[in-house]
Design a protein. Structure first.
Length: 174
């Protein structure tokens, strides 16, 4: 009986080892994309690049340097179907990133993340953090749709860019 169990276990081990080696080498076929002479295997997560650039100005159109641009988070939304009508974001990602406007009020923010099957909203807050703040705080929500993505291949879904202009109101004008 012991001898029979050993033969069964040994046979099972050989079968599993053969199956694992077959599955492991099947992904290296010649028809896979080859980059730099090495087969390109796609293990990972889909991702996309979302770029928001813009200009922060005063009410007269002059660019404001040193305005704090806070990105608190990104909301991912799913497309409504007959079986699912979303009433809130499917995923909310806390980013908590900060940048400052450069000379002329220009800024550039890039978010690399998981693309939604419908849209994502990047939330931004614009704030004058100088010692004597002259301007009101403002916020914006920039929406990207899956149809905005271009030039994607494989796990890379592509890149989408939006340009915005924010005009901050003067506190003294109220």
């Amino acid at each position: 009986m012991k001898k029979l169990n050993r033969k069964f276990v040994r046979g099972t081990n050989w079968a599993l080892a053969g199956l694992m080696s077959f599955l492991g080498f099947s992904s290296c076929e010649e028809n896979n994309t080859v980059e730099y002479g090495v087969p390109y295997l796609e293990y990972g997560t889909p991702y996309a690049e979302f770029i928001v650039s813009g200009k922060v100005t005063d009410t007269k159109g002059n660019g404001l340097q040193g305005i704090q641009v806070v990105i608190p988070g990104v909301d991912h939304h799913q497309r409504a179907t007959s079986g699912f009508i979303p009433s809130y974001p499917v995923i909310s990602v806390d980013i908590k990133d900060t940048l400052y406007t450069k000379e002329g009020g220009n800024f550039n923010y890039s978010y690399n993340g998981f693309p939604s099957n419908d849209s994502i909203n990047i939330k931004m807050k614009f704030e004058d953090i100088s010692e004597n703040p002259r301007f009101e705080t403002d916020s914006a929500k920039i929406s990207f749709f899956s149809s905005d993505l271009q030039n994607g291949s494989g796990w890379y879904e592509g890149k989408a860019e939006k340009e915005i202009k924010i005009g901050l109101k003067d506190k003294e004008s109220e």
